[in-house]
Design a protein around this ligand. Sequence first.
Ligand SMILES: *Cc1c(COP(=O)(O)O)cnc(C)c1O
Length: 620
Amino acid sequence: MFNVRKAVILGAGLGSRLRGTLDDRPKGFLKLGNRPIIEESIAKLVRTGIIDIVIVTGYCHEFYDQLSEKYPFVRTILNPDFATTGSMLSLYTASQYVNSDFLLLESDLVYEYNALQTLQNYPKDNCILLSGKTGAGDEVYVGVSHDRVVNMSKRRDEIKCLGGELVGISKISLDLYKQMTDIAPEKCKHSSQYQYEDCLVDVSDNVTIHYQCIDNLAWIEIDDGNHLSKAREKIYPLIEQRDSEIIISKKVERNVLLNPGPATTTDTVKYAMVVNDICPREKEFGDLVEGIRQDLVRIVHGEGVYESVLFASSGTGVVEACLSSAVPHDKSVLIINNGAYGKRMQQICNGYGISHIDYNIEWGKPVDCNKVETLLEQYKRDISHIALVHHETTVGMLNDITTISRTAARFGVEVIADTVSSYAGIPIDVKDSEIHYLMASANKCIQGMAGLSFVICKKESLEKTKEIKPRNFYFNLYQNYSFFTQKHEMQFTPPVQIFYALRQAINEYFLETEQSREKRYAEMHEVLENGLQMLGFRFLVEKRFRSKILTAIIEPEDENYSFSEMHDFLYKRGFTIYPGKGATQNTFRIANMGAITKSDITQFLGHLEEYVLKKDIKLR
Ligand SMILES: *Cc1c(COP(=O)(O)O)cnc(C)c1O
């Protein structure tokens, strides 16, 4: 259970003792592994539940500003006087963004994850992290009395009772921060080099500042060439090794789910659900929901124009919510059905008595956009909406949503898109694609837990549905939307813990980035497709229509083949596969969504081959 959700990183410094090595980059952009150390620090912060990072910049601030474009949860603020002032002025500069407790870090630190975990787990709200002897050369020694910090100095002989060496990672409460910023302006006037450490000591009579010392913590602050070589040769490899062993307190046994959702999740998403009990009508929970609502819109680039409405339900629930709330009583919806999910939309409409015109296509065959146009023309007086599935998970086919919605736009018809199995796996731009409603759930490509789904609505369209006499109750889009926006509470009891998991999953999505997630999925698909082809399997969907997220494989006709036996064989080895459903030919399905990698797919193919050989199944 991690309570602090914000971090402030001090990144203004010049790094003058590293000039040659840095060549016009800030110190945070030194590289020891694959990524600059600041990005490694950000990744660790996200893993420990931080969702809001403020970086105070100065020297070469453009580098950090680019980070805030890459990671939407990162904001930068410039200390224009960075060259002549101490770190307290930088910390003071962040005040407009600080409205809660936070972790304070320096940008040139390399540290093991345990540093953050220790502070987050520490039960009191002000805590400075200390380590045992480092021999760094410019150590800051911290003097303590009982359980509190009393002074700090670079001179060992000025410390009476040594608590340890200052690491540069601290947990600061809002109250402590207020005390610091109250005295800072005056102090900075007297001493231009006033540091945040000085300020901590100055307020330590009024506020109790605790400390935690980890004796053998692997960490280093990189100030000069010697530090850099020591980091490269000794500390960084040690950090990598330790972090790989204890990412979080206990690893959960890992299953690779190759079914189309719920997908495999990270341990950090699983553990995000372990939170203190909270009433979802408290403001704190409302803030969590509001942040999630905004970020869900951001994932499909709908900022400013779209709103998200969340429901406690599986994906089908929000498809139902959308159709039953959006289509006016005197109008019809054109439903494209080339798989079970298209058909499901027709079934929902039947249930509510919503008038629908069906365009039915054999499952596994693509949509003919000319036919859509013909139908829109033919029924133009009746049709107000067109509903279709983006990624038809029944067969792994990607429907050309943009072409279809642009055609719809010419007829003034609004678009309802089931993007349950593509959202966050395939980039979607709602504004560019002219989609009015988009539905998805938390447990597929966004890699959260099952139990929560959402509709992303064009605000203008959503507002119009207010006039439609409700044919539903729990699932009314406008009611749920207006309740939340007015009261900052969900209308009905939400699945509280699933929200925390989704918060973490969204953070991990932004951390991975849209492009990298798409690429990871596409690469897994390629490995899968090649491997299956080598074994002699055949595919249902023509290559150019494949989604790269799910593959429908034609079942072998060999009498030794049995899906359930193959399933059990693979299941025992940690891989879950999925049966097919109602396509033109019998299939089974393999999805490659979730927190899985190419090497999982390779291992899976190995087991599949083992099975095929063992049973002597003829595939050609
Ligand atoms: C998974 C999925 C759904 C929703 O299914 P639930 O079992 O209700 O979560 C809807 N549409 C598509 C395309 C899907 O893949």
